[in-house]
Design a protein. Structure first.
Length: 203
C-alpha cells in the first residue's frame, strides 16, 4: 500500500508531536545551539537543483562552521573533488539544510535556511588554514534550527567501538573505480597513492 495523501499519512501518525519536539525549534542560533556547532567537526549539507537533490559531507576542525550572528552561518568550501554539485545547486536554488554531528554525542543539530556563495577575499582569508584559504564560502541565512533526539544514533550504535567496520572488508575506492571503468581508472595504484594525495591537498 502506497501512502499517497497527507490525510493517509496523518492517519498512520495520528499522535501529535510531543511538546518538546515543537518547543526546540528556533528561527535563530541560540547560545546552546552555537555550542553544538562549535563542537562539531562534521556536517552534511543538503541542496536542491534542477537535476534533483544533493547531500554532501563537510568535515573540518571542530567549529569549522562559523556563527557570524544568530541568523547567519558561514561554511568554508574546502578542497574536494571539484564537482561543486552543492554550489551549482545553491546558485540556482538557495534552499539548504545542514545536519551537524558530534563524535560521541547522541545529539545532532538541524538547520534549514537559504544560502548564497561568497568569494569575498577578506572573508575567505579569515578561514585560512595552513596558509590555504577556501575558494568560496557558503553564507547561510537561518530560518529554523533544532536539535534531533538521539534515537537514530542509539539504534545505529554509531559511536560504539563494536560498530567500527574493518575497511579492508569493504570495496576500496580504487576497486570501485576500476570496476566502473573496466580498469581505465582506479585500481591498486589509486588506493596506494591516496593517503599522500589527500595529505597534500587537504586544505
Amino acid at each position: 500500500m502506497i501512502v499517497a495523501s497527507l490525510a493517509e499519512l496523518e492517519t498512520i501518525y495520528a499522535a501529535p508531536p510531543a511538546r518538546a519536539s515543537v518547543a526546540k525549534v528556533t528561527a535563530a542560533i541560540t547560545p546552546d545551539y552555537a555550542a553544538l556547532i562549535a563542537a562539531s567537526p562534521f556536517a552534511v549539507l543538503a541542496t536542491s537543483g534542477p537535476e534533483g537533490l544533493d547531500c554532501s559531507p563537510r568535515g573540518d576542525r571542530p567549529g569549522f562552521v562559523r556563527v557570524a550572528d544568530p541568523r547567519t552561518l558561514i561554511l568554508p568550501d574546502r578542497r574536494g573533488n571539484n564537482r561543486i554539485d552543492s554550489l551549482r545547486n545553491i546558485v540556482r536554488d538557495p534552499r539548504v539544510a545542514l545536519l551537524f554531528l558530534i563524535p560521541g554525542s547522541g545529539t545532532t543539530l538541524r538547520v534549514n535556511g537559504t544560502a548564497v556563495i561568497s568569494a569575498d577575499p577578506d572573508l575567505l582569508d579569515s578561514f585560512r588554514v595552513d596558509e590555504h584559504a577556501p575558494r568560496t564560502a557558503v553564507v547561510i541565512t537561518v530560518e529554523a534550527a533544532y536539535f534531533q533526539c538521539a534515537r537514530a544514533i542509539i539504534r545505529a550504535k554509531l559511536w560504539a567501538a563494536e560498530s567500527r567496520v574493518d575497511s579492508s572488508s569493504l570495496p576500496s575506492p580504487g576497486a570501485i573505480l576500476a570496476a566502473l571503468t573496466a580498469g581505465d581508472v582506479g585500481g591498486q595504484a589509486y588506493d596506494a597513492d591516496w593517503p599522500a594525495r589527500a595529505a597534500e591537498t587537504l586544505w
